[in-house]
Ligand binder design. Structure first.
Ligand code: M6R
Length: 614
């Protein structure tokens, strides 16, 4: 979603600001803008709808030499994607500029109030009120101090925000504030930096300052960063985080797109995640941070997530219930937050979120915390809000996932959920140590099984032809692979804009079968497992209606091959492992369909990498 970068120091601001925006492009956006403190002491800015590359071109037509500035990529919430609604927003006198991520819930009343006092608004956004509130504070009690002005402004706001502000009345200072939307800063000899996403600070520092909710920061041209609490008192020891950057992680490294790169990275990511997780037959998951007694007492688990991460949650439910015999509810966070959930002192909430910033998931976790449950996060992003607000965190260590379409985080999260299920089963005595070790050994085969599937990418490429001109597609699977079907359909519609629907195979005859007609493409996930024969019957039903069936099947299953149009083969592997292996074919399939349809696989329209608004 929206992205923020800011700089003040001794170097030119524009190169960092524009590079930073490019780094944040993956989050999804529809317009971009930049505002600097110009050499004559006024503010100067450029903004436009479209790509950062368009903004770069526009910037070249203006004199934007400056050592202090703020920049933004906007994902429209309030107001259409237009030049006027793009950030930064300025005050009436043009002496204040702000960029904002989040939602100001009381913006209507603030806007009316400010208009009644003579403020003129230029955009339809909720964010613009912040510029006018800062302007008023600078004219009054906070004269000449943009940080104090922003502090006073934020006291009037309801909702969520990460804000960076500059003012011609406080030259060289960048003021920042955070509530509910992430903001990280860096203090360096060459200047002070801020970004809504840690990746924009790669190559700048390995030591970042994380603002907590309610905190503000002053970025000084000397490179110093001072953090304040909501009352304006200096915070002696702000929260910091040391990052071990892998410089190549956020570059394409020879791949055509990040989706291709991240699909290929899956075996290595799983190897990293599994390292050291089993010793002497026991699962190591100290991150859960619960005593054996607490684990034994868990009476119910809520697994809460969104999108792809929710599909992991559906599997987590099966694994935990099946192995640890603890009742599990897996639910979309956006629904969960409005439900009347049953929580006792022994209830555990597991949130699964690649970004660690998904607003609905965070709201669900806060709700569970407030109700007295412990919250355990499975996430990818170091120091993310989910990680910081949870009682325990398991980092999946998949490395930066840049493509909006989640691939490597999906499989790594599945492996993480499996480790959690094994630990719970072992600790509460429902699975014997030998069985745990056996299951773990199965898990350890996943990277090599994935490599085999990746070597067979041509099979998914060939199958893609069946979909390129289709109006719609249906994905079916049973048991653990009903989640695989859901994830496969999500991948396809997300990157290729081809409508796709997933159904538990046995449910097909209760409705979706009406869609089938000659050449309608159906993907059946039909490994050789306990429900294979039932799924084969469903494939027969598909074929009887003249539809085109493409299967993901186990090596050597010639019966399936003789029924369907095409097969994407997976090596023989245990039932619980199949979802981690079969999905690779469906990821590759979605990518090839999208490329054939001329879509930008890394930045699908309308989508954001991390959805930071509810
Ligand atoms: O960062 P999160 O895992 O919390 O994100 C949840 C969803 O927004 C995300 O998985 C989304 O569905 C992906 N774009 C799917 O590829």
């Amino acid at each position: 979603m929206c992205g923020i970068v800011a700089y003040t120091g001794s170097s030119q601001a524009i190169p960092f600001l524009l590079d930073g925006l490019k780094t944040l492009e993956y989050r999804g956006y529809d317009s971009a803008g930049v505002e600097v403190l110009a050499q004559d002491g006024s503010l100067a800015g450029v903004k436009c709808v479209g790509r950062v590359s368009a903004l770069v071109e526009k910037c070249q037509t203006r004199d934007l030499r400056s050592t202090c500035g703020i920049a933004h990529t906007r994902w429209a919430t309030h107001g259409a994607p237009t030049d006027r609604n793009a950030h930064p927003h300025t005050s009436c006198d043009g002496r204040v500029a702000i960029v904002h991520n989040g939602i100001i819930e009381n913006y209507r009343s603030l806007r009316e109030e400010l208009q009644a006092r003579g403020h003129e608004f230029r955009s339809e956004t909720d964010s613009e009120v912040i510029a006018h509130l800062v302007e008023e504070a600078l004219r009054g009690p906070a004269a000449g101090d943009v940080v104090e002005a922003l502090r006073r402004a934020t006291r009037r706001l309801e909702g969520s925000w990460a804000v960076a502000a500059i003012s011609a009345d406080d030259p060289g200072t960048v003021a920042c504030a955070r509530k509910g939307s992430p903001l990280v800063l860096a203090a360096t000899d060459g200047g002070a930096y801020a970004a809504s996403d840690i990746t924009a600070l790669a190559g700048i520092t390995s030591h970042v300052i994380q603002l907590d909710d309610g905190q503000l920061a002053r970025m000084d041209p000397s490179g110093a960063v001072t953090v304040y609490d909501a009352s304006g008192s200096e915070v002696a020891k702000p929260d910091t985080l040391d990052i071990d950057w892998d410089a190549s992680a956020a570059t394409l490294g020879g791949y055509d797109d990040f989706m291709a790169k991240e699909i290929a990275e899956q075996p290595a990511a799983i190897e990293r995640l599994l390292r050291g997780r089993l010793s002497d037959g026991r699962i190591n998951l100290d991150e859960l941070d619960l005593t054996d007694d607490e684990i034994a007492a868990i009476d119910r688990i809520y697994v809460v997530a969104c999108g792809t991460s929710l599909h992991v949650g559906l599997l987590a439910r099966r694994f935990i219930e099946g192995w640890a015999r603890i009742p599990v509810v897996a639910e979309a966070a956006s629904e969960f937050i409005y439900e009347d959930v049953l929580v006792t002192d022994h209830t555990l909430c597991v949130i699964i979120t690649q970004s660690g910033e998904t607003a609905d998931t965070l709201a669900a976790a806060r709700k569970m915390h407030a109700a007295g449950a412990k919250v355990f996060a499975i996430t990818n992003v170091l120091g993310s809000t989910a990680a910081r607000e949870s009682d325990g965190v398991l980092y999946i260590q998949a490395g930066p996932e840049v493509s909006v379409c989640s691939t490597k985080a999906y499989t790594a999260q599945m492996v993480a959920a499996t480790i959690l299920a094994l630990l719970l089963a072992q600790k509460n005595g429902h699975m014997a140590t030998g069985e745990v070790a056996r299951r773990f050994r199965e898990l350890a085969r996943v990277p090599d099984l994935m490599r085999v599937v990746l070597d067979r990418s041509w099979q998914a490429k060939a199958a893609a032809r069946e979909f390129v001109h289709a109006p719609s597609a249906l994905f079916i699977g049973r048991g653990v692979n009903s989640a695989t079907a859901s994830e496969g359909a999500l991948k396809l519609k997300e990157v290729s804009y081809l409508h796709a629907e997933a159904y538990a195979a046995g449910e097909m005859k209760h409705g979706p079968i009406a869609l089938l007609e000659p050449s309608f493409p159906v993907v059946a996930i039909v490994p050789r497992d306990s429900v294979r024969d039932k799924t084969v019957s469903n494939i027969q039903e598909v074929i009887a209606r003249g539809a085109t069936c493409v299967a993901v099947a186990t090596d050597g299953d010639e019966d399936v091959a003789s029924l369907v149009e095409r097969v994407m083969w997976i090596p023989d592997c245990p039932e619980n492992i199949v979802p981690m292996v079969a999905i690779l074919h469906l990821q590759v399939l979605a990518r090839y369909v999208a490329l054939a349809r001329g879509c930008d696989v890394d930045k699908p329209r309308n989508l954001a990498k991390s959805v930071t608004v509810e």
